[in-house]
Design a binder for this molecule. Structure first.
Ligand code: F6P
Length: 357
C-alpha cells in the first residue's frame, strides 16, 4: 500500500500532466494498492488541506494535455516562514496535512522557488521527490527541465512567422522570449529561428554593438533584421547598477518591457522603425511536444521507482541522457545560467550571430 501526494507549483508549463501520469502509472502497475492525493493550486492546497483523492481515470488521456489538472499558484519561498493573514504557520500546516493523510511521500513538480520549499519540507522530515519543471531550463543539476523543449518550439514558431513578414517589409523586428533571469529559451529559440541578434540576461548588451550588427546587415544588402530578446535582457549601463537601483529604474520605466526600450534606442540612433512581438504566455501553453512527453514519462517512472525503493529527498533529473536521483540538498537554491563563454555561445557567434557584446 502506498499513499502519495502530488502537487504542481509556480508558473505552469506543458508537460506537468505527462509527468504526473508517469509517476502514477509507474506506481499503479507495480504496487498492490495505491492512493493518490492531488493538492489543488500548488502549496496552497497543502497548506489549507485542499485536496482530491484521484483515481486512475484522472490520469487517462492527459499525456498530451497542457497545463495542470491540479492547478498551480505562486507561493514565494521567502514567505513560507511568514504566517498568513490569519496567523497560520504555513510550514506547520503543510506538515499537518501530510501527516493527517499519512502519506508515504509527496511528489512536487515545480521550478526553482518550488524546489527550495520542497527542500525545506525535506529538512522538516517529510519524504519528498521533486520533478524539475520550467520553460526556463534554469534548474541546476539536470541537463534539461520539462517544458523547455515545448517552449522552444513555440518561441521558434513565433520567430519563423516574424521572419517572413520582416523579409517582405524590410523591417527590424524584436521577438521577446520568456526568461527574466536566464536566457536558455531565448538562446535556443533564437538560434533555431535564425535570429541575427540574441540578447540574454547573462550577456549585458551594448546598444552601439546592436546597432552595428543591424548596420552590417543593411550594408550587406539584407533588408531586415531579427532580434530575439529575453525578458530579462539588460544593457551594460543597467548591469552596472545595484540590484536595488535597477529595480527602482524598472518601477519607473514607461516601457511595457525591455524590448520596447531597446526598440526605441535603436530607432533613436538609426531612424529605423522597430516592431516588437511578445508571444508571452503562449510559450507555456498548448500540448507538450513529443520530447517533453517522453522526458516526463521517464522522469515520472524513475520517480515511481524511487518511491518503491523508499529512497526520498531527491530531484529526479536527467544527466547525460540517464534519469538520476539528485539530492535536493545539493541543488536547491542554485540557478543554471547560460555561460557567456560557453561552447554554444561561441558556436553561435562563429555563424555571425551578435549577442550585443
Ligand atoms: O518561470 C517561468 C516563466 O514563464 C518565466 O519565463 C517568466 O518570466 C515568468 O514565468 C512569468 O511569470 P507569470 O506567469 O507569473 O507572469
Amino acid at each position: 500500500m502506498k499513499r502519495i501526494g502530488l502537487l504542481t507549483s509556480g508558473g505552469d508549463c506543458q508537460a506537468l500532466n505527462a509527468a504526473m501520469r508517469g509517476v502514477v502509472k509507474g506506481l499503479s502497475n507495480n504496487v498492490e494498492k495505491l492512493e493518490v492525493y492531488g493538492f489543488l493550486n500548488g502549496y496552497k492546497g497543502l497548506i489549507y488541506g485542499d485536496y482530491r483523492l484521484l483515481t486512475s481515470a484522472d490520469f487517462s488521456g492527459i499525456l498530451t494535455k497542457g497545463g495542470t489538472i491540479l492547478g498551480s499558484s505562486r507561493q514565494p519561498f521567502k514567505l513560507m516562514r511568514v504566517p498568513d493573514e490569519n496567523g497560520l504557520d504555513k510550514v506547520e500546516a503543510m506538515k499537518h496535512t501530510y501527516h493527517k493523510l499519512n502519506l508515504n511521500c509527496l511528489v512536487i513538480l515545480g521550478g526553482n522557488g518550488t524546489q527550495k520549499t520542497a527542500n525545506l519540507l525535506r529538512e522538516e522530515g517529510l519524504n519528498i521527490i521533486h520533478l524539475p519543471k520550467t520553460i526556463d531550463n534554469d534548474i541546476y543539476g539536470t541537463d534539461v527541465t520539462f517544458g523547455f523543449q515545448s517552449a522552444i518550439n513555440i518561441a521558434t514558431d513565433a520567430i519563423d512567422c516574424i521572419h517572413t513578414t520582416a523579409a517582405s517589409h524590410n523591417r527590424v523586428f524584436i521577438v521577446e522570449v520568456m526568461g527574466h533571469k536566464v536566457g536558455w529559451l531565448t538562446l535556443y529559440a533564437g538560434v533555431a529561428g535564425g535570429a541575427d541578434i540574441i540578447l540574454l540576461p547573462e550577456i549585458p548588451y551594448d546598444t552601439e554593438k546592436v546597432v552595428e550588427a543591424i548596420t552590417r546587415r543593411t550594408k550587406a544588402g539584407k533588408g531586415f533584421t531579427i532580434l530575439a530578446v529575453a525578458e530579462g535582457a539588460i544593457s551594460k549601463e543597467d548591469a552596472a547598477l545595484s540590484k536595488k537601483e535597477y529595480k527602482e529604474k524598472l518601477a519607473k520605466t514607461k516601457y511595457p518591457s525591455v524590448s520596447y526600450e531597446i526598440a526605441e534606442k535603436i530607432n533613436k540612433i538609426t531612424g529605423i522603425e522597430v516592431r516588437v512581438t511578445v508571444p508571452g504566455h503562449t510559450q507555456r501553453g498548448g500540448s507538450p511536444c513529443p520530447y517533453d512527453r517522453t522526458l516526463c514519462t521517464r522522469l515520472g517512472s524513475a520517480a515511481a521507482q524511487a518511491i518503491m525503493d523508499e529512497d526520498y529527498g531527491y530531484m529526479i533529473g536527467l544527466v547525460n541522457g540517464k534519469t538520476k536521483r539528485i539530492p535536493l540538498a545539493e541543488v536547491a537554491g542554485k540557478l543554471k545560467t547560460v555561460d557567456p563563454n560557453g561552447q554554444m555561445i561561441k558556436e553561435a557567434k562563429r555563424t555571425g550571430i551578435s549577442f550585443g557584446d
